[in-house]
Design a protein around this ligand. Structure first.
Ligand SMILES: [Zn+2]
Length: 483
């Protein structure tokens, strides 16, 4: 049903003039029509319509998502399953006619989770927890201590004298999603995970627990990277579910002096491992030295299947490339689908691409899908201030053409972690903002599996990616570079 309705909307959009001004009586125009370039909406209405239809019918995209998430499963940096995913995706991309595939070697750190558990001393029932990525372990004996509760990183300094010898719980709730601003509250909360163990450890804490960074009370615990200071102490860090954080907090408030025992076998291997970025290129038909890159990250955490994060982004890029090739839509510029490795554990893939491929040509734009598989509602643009207004107007034309699929707007925002090294060189980046209302319910959890992905929503993302890549790689002038 949803497919049929969307197809109808596309047909309506293709047949309409689009802008309100079109209804007003036209004044006499002294300039010959041929002197003005056609608006982007006119030039690209037909190809974008074809892209949307082909994406809605891209059964292979769903089959690929099932293969990556369901068959291969999660893909932690340095793991054999990540390299299975690299081999699989490179093989599938190599089968697309006219596409050249490179597997770029990248050295990545290898962090191993091992077994882990948390218990309240005096109570046998295990508490729901998951170790933080990059954390040190506790040793076989585990770490036991009384719980001290802090409500944010801001309390570390004023309460520093209370933390020595204790297990510190950061119980900071992530705010609810704001549908008006698309603000998730993740950015303002995630610091307890990334920096809590380093900061409390520096004040003598034995270990750190963090309330999972989510607004969803019912989700399993959420992992994610934590970052120590080079010179500082390294104490174990783990996330607990929201109810566990609230229970421990309540016991402390009641004066019960709860003690917990944390056991984690986590460790980082001495040696790095070789992983790979997968790069699939279709050369441009007129401007092959100008390059539009687009993609997602092929690694994931070692819980769930990494399907929203970021299997969907990876397959969206693969499918977008195939949609364009099968429609015969070779843009003027070169396009590269990139499946970056090691996003979650250090961004080594994105840095390796920048180091070895920045000089390949002029990088005109970088596009990233790394916020789940819900429908794309906005194009988030990151660029220099002086270029922003023009670039947003250009992206606005793409939004107009894709409005029937649910895309709402182009706005200033965040391009994405893997394209961020390109920003340092002045390349504008575009993040596909998949509706983030429920992304952080699943993010970095055992619940991030293909069963939580809606097929039609996922295929809408393929359409938005393919259309955005095509227009940005074909249009004149190039993005935010008016002549
Ligand atoms: Zn991600």
């Amino acid at each position: 049903m949803r497919r049929a309705a969307r197809g109808l909307l596309v047909a309506l959009a293709l047949g309409s003039c689009g802008t309100p001004e079109a209804a007003a009586p036209e004044p006499p125009d002294p300039t010959p029509a041929a002197a003005e370039p056609a608006p982007l909406t006119d030039t690209y209405r037909a190809p974008v319509g074809r892209i949307v239809e082909a994406s809605e019918d891209a059964d292979y995209a769903w089959t690929w998502l099932e293969a990556l998430c369901g068959d291969i499963g999660h893909r932690l940096s340095g793991s054999p399953s990540l390299e299975r995913a690299v081999d699989w995706s490179a093989t599938e991309l190599d089968a697309i006619e006219g596409v050249r595939v490179e597997r770029q070697p990248v050295q990545v750190g290898v962090w191993i989770r091992g077994e882990e558990s948390l218990e309240l001393v005096g109570d046998d029932a295990p508490l729901a927890m998951v170790g933080l990525g990059g954390s040190v372990g506790t040793g076989e004996e585990g770490v036991e201590g009384e719980v001290v509760v802090l409500s944010s990183l801001d309390e570390v300094e004023p309460r520093a004298s209370e933390l020595a010898g204790k297990i510190v719980l950061f119980d900071q709730a992530m705010p609810d999603y704001d549908p008006d601003t698309y603000e998730t509250g993740y950015g303002e909360t995630v610091g307890i995970r990334t920096r809590g163990p380093a900061q409390a450890g520096a004040r003598g804490a034995l270990a750190v627990l963090v309330r999972s960074v989510t607004a969803d009370r019912d989700s399993p615990p959420h992992t994610g990277a934590t970052r120590y200071d080079d010179e500082g102490p390294r104490v174990p860090g783990a996330a607990v579910s929201v109810p566990v954080a609230e229970r421990l907090h309540r016991l402390v408030d009641e004066g019960a002096h709860p003690r917990v025992r944390l056991r984690m076998q986590a460790h980082t291997e001495e040696a790095t491992a070789t992983s790979h970025n997968v790069i699939a290129e279709l050369r441009g038909r007129e401007l092959p030295d100008e390059i539009v890159v687009f993609g997602g990250h092929i690694d994931s955490w070692d819980v769930g299947q990494g399907c929203h994060d970021d299997g969907a982004g990876v397959v969206t890029a693969m499918a977008a490339l195939r949609v364009l090739v099968e429609l015969g839509l070779t843009p003027r510029r070169t396009i590269r689908a990139i499946l970056w490795t090691n996003e979650e554990n250090g961004l080594a893939g994105a840095r390796a691409y920048e180091a070895e491929h920045w000089g390949d040509g002029l990088h005109v734009a970088g596009i990233e899908s790394d916020i789940g598989a819900a429908p794309v509602i906005a194009l988030d643009l990151h660029t220099e201030d002086v270029r922003r207004q023009d670039a947003l107007a250009q992206l606005g034309a793409i939004v107009t053409l894709l409005e029937p699929t649910g895309l709402r707007e182009a706005r200033a925002g965040h391009g994405g972690a893997d394209v961020s090294p390109l920003e340092d060189h002045g390349t504008p980046t575009v993040g596909l903002l998949h509706d983030p209302a429920h992304y952080f319910d699943l993010h970095h959890t055992a619940a991030d599996t293909i069963e939580t992905v809606d097929r039609d929503a996922f295929l809408q993302g393929v359409a938005v990616m393919a259309a955005t890549v095509y227009v940005l790689a074909d249009m004149e002038p190039r993005l935010s570079n008016p002549r």
